[in-house]
Design a protein around this ligand. Sequence first.
Ligand SMILES: Cc1cc2nc3c(=O)[nH]c(=O)nc-3n(C[C@H](O)[C@H](O)[C@H](O)COP(=O)(O)OP(=O)(O)OC[C@H]3O[C@@H](n4cnc5c(N)ncnc54)[C@H](O)[C@@H]3O)c2cc1C
Length: 400
Amino acid sequence: MGSHQASAADQAGVSIPLGEDYPDIRESVRRICQDFPGKYWRDLEAREAYPSEFVQAMTDAGYLAALIPEEYGGAGLPLRAASIILEEIHAEGCSAAAAHAQMYIMGTLLRHGSEEQKRRYLPKIASGELRLQAFGVTEPTTGSDTTRLKTRALRDGDHYVIHGQKVWTSRALYSDLMLLLARTTPLDEVKKKTEGLSVFLVDIRECLGKGLEIRPLKAMTNHNTTEVFFEGARVPAENLIGEEGKGFRYILDGMNAERILVSSESIGDARWFIRTASKYASERVVFNRPIGQNQGIQFPIARAYAETQAADLMLRKAAALFEAGLPCGDDANIAKLLASEASWHAAEACMQTHGGFGYAREYDVERKWREARIQQIAPISTNMVLAYIGEHVLGMPRSY
Ligand SMILES: Cc1cc2nc3c(=O)[nH]c(=O)nc-3n(C[C@H](O)[C@H](O)[C@H](O)COP(=O)(O)OP(=O)(O)OC[C@H]3O[C@@H](n4cnc5c(N)ncnc54)[C@H](O)[C@@H]3O)c2cc1C
């Protein structure tokens, strides 16, 4: 049990920041977000457009390059700082969904990319000249069963030829590069199903129209997500990340950071919902009293706040262990579960508090409510997190 957790002795040396850590970053992100009020996001959604101005503002401030080391032109900040950037974006009513992948997937290139790849791509990503926003893992027929994915990459001289299909590849139409997971050795030729998968940095600009087609996928929120079709796209062998066949491990390596970063977005959402709901509950008068005086309105908000505080502590613990270089899988998964549920409970409380006005677009409650729901499905669904806890933390039989 607990194989993905640091020992008690190791954990004893790790401390967790309380309160508003990184106050300068928080303040600066909040200031940028003020230029992107609810109306900006509502207008974008009506046009199904991408928030290019917002992404540009975050890029200009250096925040999307937070995790890129200084030697490659980034800010070289710790994961906790990146986490705070995402939290504050969401707490201000904005959405990081258009740009967060650059943070989530950066680790794969940083940890497993060659020096040559890092020198070639990272400075341009840091400056905003190149966008690394697309992550092609999920496939329509295999879903959460990632190791059974069907996209194939076959070596042909100094290229790999890609055939297959991805779904929910968000931002692919607004990204220059895609991190792609594809099978290089057929499933029936590997000893373990986790072997034989490889990660590629696909240059979308070079492949589009030459064996790569991207189609927008209409979704519940303005997520700029797509379906991606590979029919013989040629990717230079030099764009393989790390060793052929080891890609699944590289992706797994990045999962803890990803869990921590998405949890931060949920904490930010929860803070927005709780602040918005508390204010409305105190101001809206029905039956000659503020609705927040009724416990049926007040208590769900109070409960969501308590859940959010608990999830935030778990998130801070996971981030602190990550920074200390200690195993943090258990905490990162628990943080993800608690944060996504806390934000959903806060969303529900906020919606119910607003009554009919919760449905009115101009209040932004329905938009944030729809956006918050995703955290229980992507990038990993709640059941998969529970399966992790059941198996890896509690030692129960694997369910899949
Ligand atoms: C808006 C959006 C954006 C996304 N962006 C990306 C992206 O950029 N890149 C990318 O690669 N993917 C992306 N995804 C895909 C996302 O990661 C998947 O939707 C998610 O991992 C779940 O996979 P699935 O949809 O195939 O569900 P399925 O795997 O079909 O699962 C359906 C349900 O069954 C449950 N389930 C399945 N197996 C088990 C089991 N053994 N035990 C218990 N429950 C089980 C799941 O938990 C889930 O609730 C995105 C999805 C959405 C909706």
